[in-house]
Design a protein around this ligand. Structure first.
Ligand code: NAD
Length: 290
């Protein structure tokens, strides 16, 4: 296929490289001066999109996505697919899809889980929203860039699934970290705490697979001075999107709201910027009840 790829950063770069490695013709564009193995660089987003069967975007936020979409949709060939893999607000995902469909294009919102490691290894999980036809057109590319793709429903359903998942993740990480900090103060050994919780009803991905306590459980960012991993500021971005969606849908999400406020304090007023999101544990460790 002829593929246009716009946004070749930490995630988009390796994703585009994997598509090129699999034999697709990939033309890329990024505002920054980047070069990616196997990818022909274009002068503009419009030039990257022209004549492509599929255009993939991997951009920082919904505002930038809307601006890029407004530029490239008129330049894309009828019947081509617009596949946005960025994590953006549900309203932007739906608006861009509608604009694309009005122009005779197929549209998919397909945010990913798996981080930079998953992007390089081609083991991302895609959660997709859009028509059957649109999902079908993008699916062979998801197979190259990832290990699993779930068609979640209509436009916006991919972003909805992503932010609901990450709201659970943020809340659960905080719960796991505050429980470890409490266990410390109660004099409980961390390894014993892990042995019990990881095989009891408090188990979770954050405890069992990504344990925030150094030296306990499988290897995780805690064992590397909390270098990300999944950065606390990216968790904050996703939590804010979850609260924006909750506002828009009139959903009551008190735990999601509390997690958003805690990560905002951690990232913007404390030392959380640049740290993994599991660094909530040393934060709680240092604190008392006030
Ligand atoms: P990044 O900042 O490394 O990459 C974004 C790229 O977009 C940059 O290279 C930037 O120059 C480019 N860009 C910005 N505006 C542009 C424009 N108008 N035209 C063309 N290019 C433009 O970010 P990333 O880590 O690659 O993340 C991309 C998206 O993936 C985000 O929405 C993020 O939330 C999501 N995501 C990231 C991770 C992760 O672990 N990094 C995991 C899952 C999802």
């Amino acid at each position: 296929m002829q593929i246009g790829f716009i946004g070749l950063g930490n995630m988009g770069g390796p994703m585009a490289a994997n598509l090129a490695k699999a034999g697709h013709q990939v033309t890329g564009f990024d505002m920054a001066d980047v070069s990616i193995d196997g990818v022909t660089m274009a002068e503009s987003a419009i030039a990257a999109a022209q004549g492509a069967d599929v255009v993939i975007t991997m951009l920082p936020n919904g505002q930038i996505l809307r601006a890029v979409a407004a530029d490239i949709i008129p330049a894309m060939s009828e019947g081509a697919a617009f596949v946005d893999c960025s994590t953006v607000d549900v309203d932007s995902a739906k608006a861009v899809a509608q604009q694309a469909e009005t122009a005779g294009l197929l549209a998919v919102d397909a945010p990913v889980s798996g981080g930079i490691g998953g992007a390089s290894a081609g083991t991302l999980t895609f959660m997709a929203g859009g028509s059957e036809a649109a999902f079908g057109k993008a699916a062979p590319l998801f197979d190259i860039m990832g290990q699993k793709a779930v068609h979640c429903g209509d436009s916006g359903a991919g972003q909805s699934a992503k932010i609901c998942n990450n709201m659970i993740l943020g809340v659960t990480m905080i719960a796991t970290c505050e429980a470890f900090a409490l266990a410390d103060k109660l004099g409980l050994d961390r390894q014993k705490m892990f042995d019990v919780v990881s095989t009891s009803s408090g188990y979770s991905w954050t405890m069992n697979a990504y344990c925030p306590a150094p030296g306990v459980g499988p290897q995780s960012p805690a064992d590397n001075d909390y270098q990300p991993g999944f950065a606390a500021d990216l968790m904050l971005k996703d939590l804010r999107l979850s609260q924006q969606a909750a506002e828009s849908a009139d959903a009551d999400t008190p735990m999601g709201q509390a997690a958003t406020e805690l990560y905002a304090t951690f990232v913007e007023q404390e030392d959380g910027l640049g740290m993994d999101f599991s660094a909530m544990l040393p934060r709680f460790e240092k604190r008392g009840r006030d």
